[in-house]
Design a protein around this ligand. Structure first.
Ligand code: ADP
Ligand code: MG
Length: 343
């Protein structure tokens, strides 16, 4: 009969890493979310070899106090929530306190940070998560830099699932596209193997926002999009939806954010599909970049570790609001004969 034993913290973290750290793009997603949660106004991302060799994310956010550095890498350690009430109305992208613990258990990670109160920065380095992290003095402006090297160097089974440099890079690029669409007020740069791939300044005005969307989703999309802006029953929906004439053969230009978090949701997808039903052929897909803002207390984001899913308290209300708003917007612009032609 086998005896029951407690897993070592490292193995527990490696198991948890299986849920959130699938590939370089998942690391980038978590690190950029942390930067945005720290109030960063710019986030610089550097990759080598599609992120497999190196991912470096640097921000100008509020930083981490030196005394908190080891805790930042511990599992279930977070500065973002403390009570169940906090969880139920969470306004930050992170709250599980698992990302850095997971990532550091499957890579060589260093975290360098400085707060406004500190004279100097400090750095903590761990390799595949040895529990006693080394802390040393470092030079860094207020903000944080996280470096992740050699992802999955100690978990060959996971490393086997990595694809080519180009494929991994494309996944990172898509992840950054979502984050840059979610936070217009932050600037982003992306470098791959020393080449600047993307450089986006903070976008304040609507023109700047449309310029960013055009860099990320193409000028064609913006040229063919209708601006959405609606508010009812505590819900607000805004953004851009493409005219039916700009439909796509794949569902590859569909971004839906709930309180700044990109999500994939059946209910939302259904509402959008219904709104386009009369104007799109069955095998065509609409293109949209949409933002739904709701009271955080009416949506549960703690459904899945990657937080791509949400649960609305009043799903019916949300569904109908999205459907009605889009249906009306599309009805306003479509010429009557086009409408009849598609029937
Ligand atoms: P979570 O984001 O769910 O809290 P993480 O493991 O991603 O968990 O991060 C742990 C903690 O480390 C965060 O709660 C935060 O206090 C701190 N932290 C991580 N990255 C940053 C950053 N870029 N700037 C400031 N604090 C950070
Ligand atoms: Mg986080």
């Amino acid at each position: 009969m086998p005896h029951i034993q407690l897993l070592s913290p490292r193995l527990a973290n490696q198991i948890a890493a299986g849920e959130v750290v699938e590939r370089p793009a998942s690391v980038v997603k978590e690190l950029v979310e942390n930067a945005l949660d720290a109030g960063a106004s710019r986030v610089d991302i550097e990759l080598e070899q599609g992120g497999v060799k190196l991912i470096r994310v640097r921000d100008d956010g509020f930083g981490i106090a030196e005394s908190d550095l080891p805790l930042a890498l511990s599992r279930h350690a977070t500065s973002k929530i403390l009570t169940l009430d906090d969880l139920e109305a969470v306004g930050t992208l992170g709250f599980r306190g698992e990302a850095l613990a997971s990532i550091s258990s499957v890579s060589r990670l260093s975290l360098t940070s400085r707060t406004a109160e500190q004279e100097a920065a400090a750095r903590v380095e761990v390799e595949g998560r040895d529990m006693d992290a080394k802390i040393s003095p470092a030079a860094h402006p207020v903000g944080t830099t996280v470096e992740v090297r050699d992802l999955f160097f100690n978990t060959p089974a996971r490393r086997k699932f990595l694809r080519t440099e180009k494929t991994e890079f494309n996944h990172v690029d898509e992840s950054i596209r979502r984050q840059a669409l979610s936070r217009f007020d932050a600037g982003f740069t992306l470098r791959h193997n020393q080449r600047v791939i993307q450089s986006l300044r903070p976008a304040e005005s609507n023109i700047d926002k449309e310029r960013r969307i055009s860099s990320l989703c193409g000028q064609q999309f913006i040229d063919n999009a209708v601006v959405i802006e609606a508010e009812a029953s505590g819900l607000r929906l805004w953004g851009w939806v493409a005219l039916p004439t700009f439909s796509r053969s794949q569902a590859d230009l569909q971004y839906f954010f709930v309180n700044g978090r990109v999500i994939r949701d059946k209910l939302v997808a259904h509402a959008v599909r219904q709104a386009y039903r009369d104007v799109l052929y069955n095998n065509r897909h609409p293109a949209f970049v949409l933002y739904l803002e709701v009271d955080p207390a009416t949506v549960d984001v703690n459904v899945h570790p990657t937080k791509h899913e949400v649960r609305f308290r009043d799903g019916r209300l949300v569904h109908d609001f999205i459907f009605r708003t889009l249906h009306r917007a599309l009805a306003d612009v479509r010429p009557a004969d086009h409408f009849r032609g598609a029937e």
